[in-house]
Design a protein around this ligand. Structure first.
Ligand SMILES: [Zn+2]
Length: 90
């Protein structure tokens, strides 16, 4: 695993990109792209999630992939933010 894994939640206002060691994903409703997400517990009972490309994830919109599968990120901007190769480059 060459990506940075941030276990979370670690506390208020700390940003995490995985829960239970699983990456957070969001599938866009308009484009169908799979985005990488990060989030923060801004209050003990308020968790905000957004995509790496800056989309606000709607409530209950994010999901965790079933292990061992990691849902492939198809959003080009999220792939770039995650340091992944462009899907078109191969
Ligand atoms: Zn994205």
């Amino acid at each position: 695993m060459n990506r940075q894994q941030i276990p979370g939640p670690l506390g208020e206002h700390q940003v995490f990109r995985a829960l239970n060691k699983l990456p957070i994903r969001y599938r866009g409703r308009k484009t169908g792209n799979t985005h990488a997400c990060e989030g923060s517990d801004v209050f003990p009972d308020v968790r905000l999630l957004w995509t790496r490309c800056g989309i606000d994830v709607p409530a209950n919109g994010a999901y965790l992939p079933d292990p061992p599968h990691e849902d492939a990120i198809t959003c080009p901007a999220c792939r770039k933010a995650e340091g992944l190769a462009d899907t078109d480059s191969n």
